[in-house]
Design a protein around this ligand. Structure first.
Ligand code: COI
Length: 394
């Protein structure tokens, strides 16, 4: 008896010493458990695909606790989650998400476009709201395995893809406000078609200064659900006045920051020198670090002739846009994001008048907008190779 008690004490001392402290497990794709649907669904015809409204057969889930780290990843049939109604996500907005796309190439491979960029941003978002970070490469492998299960549902053809939506939520079941000690990472996928079914459709924007999307010291550069809900009301208000999206302005200078849920680019042409400038707002913490934004800047630097073009990440204001439009120096404007890739702009409502943005005759887009869309699609659909931008999954 004595012996048993003392050996128990020794064991408990040993296990409480730092040498034996349990280390939280990293995310490990090799541990994934896969249970497949018994009857895989049939692909829908391309013309029935509406963005984000139908989902592929499988989803990925991984639970995390502060004590144990990441649990075994599971790929299983798409279905409801069962969560305690007191979970942190439902009360205090502990939620982040990502959006990327997988493409079918002409040789029947499936590739993800720049998933490493999404992982980087996911980890920045997670760190900002005290959710766990992930081992990027492991989550990329897990997304690959998930996509592989539903390879037959990745649509073929330009404009068509499988939209991939990684999401993380805090699942601590308690109403005290603190950093979650439990979380759920899940990934769902949705076969999608082109954002504009009948080709480009240039949009009218309302320059919005009565509501602010993001501000210095805030979280505008993170992909948090909390950034999106407050934009629904200004969107409705702009729509009631006949504008499809908000052009988000910031500060006393009324800097142009983003459009709707996208980054925004403008093209100006200096009347004196004839030189054109492609300009977008700088990544100062209020601007989402868009993967499409980054790709456009990289391609513009590579492909546009620097004798005729300046590529700028700088502050610019609605006043500059209005003045340069009046001088005939506003050449084109477009939004950029994963969903639509590029979205041409044709008018901007500001102070009771509409600033007109030129389009090509008989087209719904400016020339650079059209060219940028082509450059990116050529890489995404496997016609052109660009470094490690396309990651083969299956
Ligand atoms: C994107 O296009 O990149 C977006 O974030 C849109 C998404 C919220 C549907």
């Amino acid at each position: 008896m004595m012996l048993r008690n003392s050996s128990r004490k020794l064991t408990s001392r040993l296990f409480s010493s730092s040498a034996f402290k349990m280390t939280a497990a990293p995310l490990d794709a090799s541990k994934v458990k896969i249970s497949r649907v018994s009857t895989p669904s049939k692909p829908r015809p391309n013309d029935e695909l509406v963005f984000g409204s139908t989902f592929a057969d499988h989803m990925l889930t991984v639970e995390w606790t502060k004590e144990k780290g990441w649990d075994v990843p599971e790929i299983k049939p798409y279905g409801n989650l069962s969560l305690d109604p007191s979970c942190a996500v439902f009360h205090y907005g502990f939620e982040l998400f990502e959006g990327l796309k997988a493409y079918k190439t002409p040789d029947n491979q499936v590739t993800m476009f720049r998933p490493d960029m999404n992982m980087k941003r996911l980890n920045k978002s997670a760190a900002r709201i005290c959710l766990p970070t992930v081992e990027s490469e492991e989550l990329i492998k897990l997304m690959g395995k998930l996509i592989e299960q539903d390879k037959h549902l990745v649509p073929e053809g330009r404009g068509y893809s499988l939209y991939v939506r990684p999401t993380m939520i805090g699942t601590t079941a308690a109403l005290g406000v603190s950093a979650p000690d439990k979380a759920l990472l899940y990934v769902i996928t949705s076969p999608v078609g082109p954002y504009y079914k009948t080709g480009f459709k240039a949009v009218r924007l309302e320059a919005t200064d009565y509501a602010t999307r993001a501000w210095p010291g805030g979280v505008g550069d993170k992909k948090l659900g909390a950034n999106y809900a407050p934009c629904a009301l200004p969107h409705q208000q702009a729509a009631a006045r006949g504008y499809q999206q908000n052009l988000w302005l910031f500060g006393p200078e009324k800097n142009i920051t983003e459009v709707g849920t996208m980054n925004v680019f403008f093209v100006f042409k200096d009347a004196a020198t004839g030189k054109q400038e492609l300009v977008t707002a700088p990544l100062d913490g209020t601007i989402l670090e868009g993967v499409t934004r980054d790709s456009i800047l990289a391609l513009a630097h590579e492909k546009l002739d620097s004798n005729n073009w300046i590529i700028s990440e700088r502050y610019f204001t609605i006043k500059e846009v209005a003045e340069r439009a009046a001088k005939g120096e506003l050449v084109e404007a477009f939004g950029s994001g994963t969903a639509a890739v590029v979205s041409p702009i044709k008018e901007i409502g500001w102070k009771g008048t509409d600033i007109h943005v030129p389009l090509q005759p008989g087209k719904q887009t400016g020339p650079l907008t059209e060219q940028v869309a082509q450059w990116i699609a050529d890489i995404q659909y496997g016609k052109e190779k660009h470094g490690n931008w396309s990651r083969i999954v299956a």
